[in-house]
Design a binder for this molecule. Structure first.
Ligand SMILES: [Zn+2]
Length: 304
């Protein structure tokens, strides 16, 4: 567990993950920055349902090994760097050796975009204390982006859950902890999208979450209205889960166009939108479950 490394030292020399030859026998692999023992984890193909993806190779700590204090690959170091750069206790604070990150929503209100029926209206009756305070949008989303990045490079939620508490507030403004497993869902991991769908359909989910997936398409489906569609994920026979992100920000659209087919993480509030049946030309029937979310700022999207 820990940070997935992309370079190591082998016989005193740098060995990049891209250079690692699986047909070759290597001597001891060491962390690039400290003396911890490291091993190679190979890439593999995973079938999402409609598309096959490659789960990338990386170097990991050997079990029982730990990075030396101060090593650039320690999770502690990475978290404290994010905290130092944030410097705002309202967004991220430290309590008894654990960091607390407030989960906050980005809203249309802080944007100058037009609203539409598909887009969530913020303001009236909403829990204002859960929205990013005006003037702090860039700072907050930059911090969140760093946290998304860190989560993406560690192996598992367990790498962060004893270090970062994710906090959201209920309607009485009382803080509660959102478990990492209810916050971060990755299509590369078996069963995650099914779990995500269950979570969004069985419970009322108010807090924002992160969904990782692969871009299938980016389109302007109406003038100045855009949609980013993820590759669907099929974890059960004939059942396909599709994530769709809606936005009106042309800047986000231009950014996404350059990143077709790449892997993304989106941070926002998601909901289960609808279920519909579809019959393929060969007569096979599928049930699609659509999960939707809106983004208002490019910092809510992280390209991996
Ligand atoms: Zn190290």
């Amino acid at each position: 567990m820990g940070i997935k490394m992309d370079k190591v030292r082998c016989d005193g020399k740098e060995l990049k993950i891209t250079e690692y030859d699986t047909n070759k026998t290597y001597g001891c692999l060491k962390c690039y920055y400290c003396n911890a023992d490291v091993s190679f984890v190979n890439s593999y193909e995973k079938n999402l349902g409609e598309r096959k993806i490659i789960v990338q190779r990386y170097f990991r700590l050997k079990s029982g090994q730990e990075h030396e204090k101060g090593c650039r690959y320690t999770v502690d170091g990475a978290v404290s760097n994010i905290y130092a750069a944030c410097a705002d206790n309202e967004l991220m604070s430290k309590q008894d050796n654990k960091y607390v990150v407030r989960l906050m929503l980005s809203s249309e209100e802080t944007d100058s975009q037009k609203s539409s029926t598909f887009f969530e209206k913020s303001g009236h009756g909403k829990r204002q204390h859960n929205y990013i305070p005006s003037g702090k949008k860039i700072a907050y989303l930059s911090t969140m982006n760093q946290i998304m990045k860190l989560r993406a490079i560690v192996e598992d939620n367990s790498d962060l859950e004893d270090k970062i508490n994710l906090q959201y507030r209920d309607w009485k403004d009382m803080p509660y902890v959102v478990p990492w497993k209810n916050f971060y869902f990755d299509s590369e991991k078996d069963g995650e999208y099914n779990r995500l769908l269950k979570y969004l359909t069985n419970e009322k989910v108010y807090h924002p979450i992160c969904i990782v997936g692969f871009v299938k398409s980016v389109s302007e489906y109406q003038e100045q209205k855009f949609c980013l569609k993820y590759e669907s994920v099929s974890e059960e026979k004939n059942k396909r889960i599709v994530v769709e992100i809606y936005f009106t920000n042309k800047n986000i659209y231009d950014n996404l166009l350059e990143k077709q087919h790449c892997k993304v993480v989106v941070y926002t509030k998601f909901k289960f939108h609808r279920k519909n049946e579809w019959t393929a030309p060969d007569g096979k029937k599928f049930t699609y479950y659509n999960i939707t979310g809106n983004v208002y700022d490019i910092r809510q999207v992280l390209f991996l």
